[in-house]
Design a protein around this ligand. Structure first.
Ligand SMILES: Nc1nc2c(ncn2[C@@H]2O[C@H](COP(=O)(O)OP(=O)(O)O)[C@@H](O)[C@H]2O)c(=O)[nH]1
Ligand SMILES: [Mg+2]
Length: 409
């Protein structure tokens, strides 16, 4: 039964791959054409709509810090909260509580669904099956496929695990958690990546992805993080497809206390991006983040539009963009994989953001993407709040899912 199920999934994935990009459900088959190449060029934004006037005082403490008006925030003293102390007291005998820091707790919370779904399925199999036979490997393969790991990656992980089992002459499936974790470490540590920065002048980050993937939210979170680290950030609202998209970015700009340039609904995205770079240079900004549209008439036109935004920005900053971040929605599984391929070919994606990992029980898509695409994963999104973006760290990710060695000991 399991074999047949796994075969069916495998066939489905193969077919999806053959068919090319699987259209996102959010993508309309047709729509307003202000941004397509066939329509008359939309007027360039005459005057940037600024969330903050050029000389306005920064809108938040973070903004004040970025302007150099405040000293950088001091890290809070390491005093555990009352609740944490009670929790530790109640769990005195559990080593884990003392060993995992607050940052690991947040990561574990964010990945709870995947831990309860995919990982607990795998752990149950290791615990209950015991004999490492063909049926055991088939069941593991099935769990991987159901969790969006993808057939190719699943096969690769299992083949390597089989080798280790042979080498170390393991016979009991309970011994396999460590083996699997080692495979995942080596797979994921290799795709970690930090944000690229410009050698001089503003670092320009272009954020791309289909509609609803999480671009604008990610930009808001990132602007907040960079501001907190003392960087002066300027945002450009080059997703001019809907007025609401510009308003949404403006709300995030205000939260993060950063300056935003927007051209209004229907404006030429490339012109908005250009104006944003002009404003950023005038303000001596460290980082510029450009939001882009995720939906147009068709995928082909979207890619052409993004290429144009890129070209036009280079008239202001010749080596821009320094980073093209593709935001993927982890809950869309193999669809996200197809999007990564399409965008990757068209706009030279330099890094991935895996958004909404908190919303799926199948975090395996990250493994598939890491293994097959070899594009660095720079951030993961673990919720809708401003602090819910984390730099991706392969080891911490695996430990948050499977438990760390210390916990197992
Ligand atoms: N749970 C969760 N929701 C997210 C995350 N990132 C974005 N979202 C939500 O996804 C929806 C679409 O996000 P948005 O940033 O507007 O996507 P965009 O169309 O690509 O700009 C919004 O409701 C966001 O709050 C995340 O990491 N976790
Ligand atoms: Mg958006």
């Amino acid at each position: 039964m399991f074999d047949r199920f796994a075969d069916k999934l495998r066939d489905r994935f193969k077919k999806q791959e053959k068919d090319g990009l699987v259209t996102s459900p959010a993508e309309p088959s047709s729509g307003g054409g202000a941004l397509t190449d066939s329509s008359p060029p939309a007027p360039a934004a005459p005057l940037p709509v600024a969330v903050a006037p050029l000389d306005a005082p920064p809108q938040s403490l973070a903004g004040a810090r970025a302007e150099g008006m405040l000293a950088p925030a001091q890290p809070a003293a390491e005093k555990p909260s009352f609740l944490k102390r009670v929790w530790v007291e109640l769990n005195k005998d559990v080593t884990e509580v003392a060993l995992i820091g607050p940052s690991m707790t947040v990561l574990r919370d964010g990945l709870r669904k995947t831990r309860d779904g995919f990982v607990s399925g795998v752990k149950d199999l290791f615990r209950l099956h015991r004999r490492i036979d063909d049926r055991f490997w088939d069941e593991l393969d099935e769990l991987f496929l159901v969790a969006d790991v993808g057939p190719q990656t699943s096969e690769k992980i299992i083949d390597r695990m089989k080798e280790v089992v042979k080498e170390r002459q393991l016979t009991d499936s309970q011994e396999l958690t460590g083996v699997l974790k080692e495979e995942l470490y080596s797979m994921l540590v290799g795709v970690e990546g930090v944000l690229r920065t410009a050698p001089e002048g503003p670092t320009v980050i272009m954020v791309v992805g289909v509609n609803g993937a999480g671009k604008t939210t990610t930009i808001g979170k990132l602007a907040h993080q960079l501001t907190r680290d003392g960087k002066k950030v300027v945002l450009g609202a080059a997703d001019t497809f809907r007025a609401a998209a510009i308003d949404q970015l403006a709300v995030w700009a205000e939260r993060a206390g950063v300056y935003m340039v927007g051209g209004g609904e229907g404006a030429d995205p490339a012109a908005v991006a250009f104006d944003t770079l002009v404003a950023a240079k005038a303000r001596n900004a460290d980082v510029v983040i450009i939001d882009t549209a995720g939906r147009l008439h068709s995928k082909v036109n979207l890619m052409e539009e993004l290429k144009k935004v890129r070209r036009v920005m280079q008239r202001q900053v010749p080596d821009a963009p320094h980073e093209v971040l593709l935001v993927l929605d982890a809950t869309t599984g193999q669809n996200a994989m197809q999007q990564a391929r399409t965008f990757g070919h068209a706009v030279d994606v330099t890094g991935l953001v895996m958004a909404k990992l908190d919303g799926t029980a199948k975090g395996g898509i990250l493994l598939a993407i890491a293994d097959e695409l070899k594009v660095p994963v720079k951030y993961i999104g673990l919720g809708e709040a401003i602090d819910d973006l984390r730099p991706f760290e392969g080891r911490a990710f695996v430990d948050a899912l499977f438990g760390s060695e210390e916990e197992e000991a």
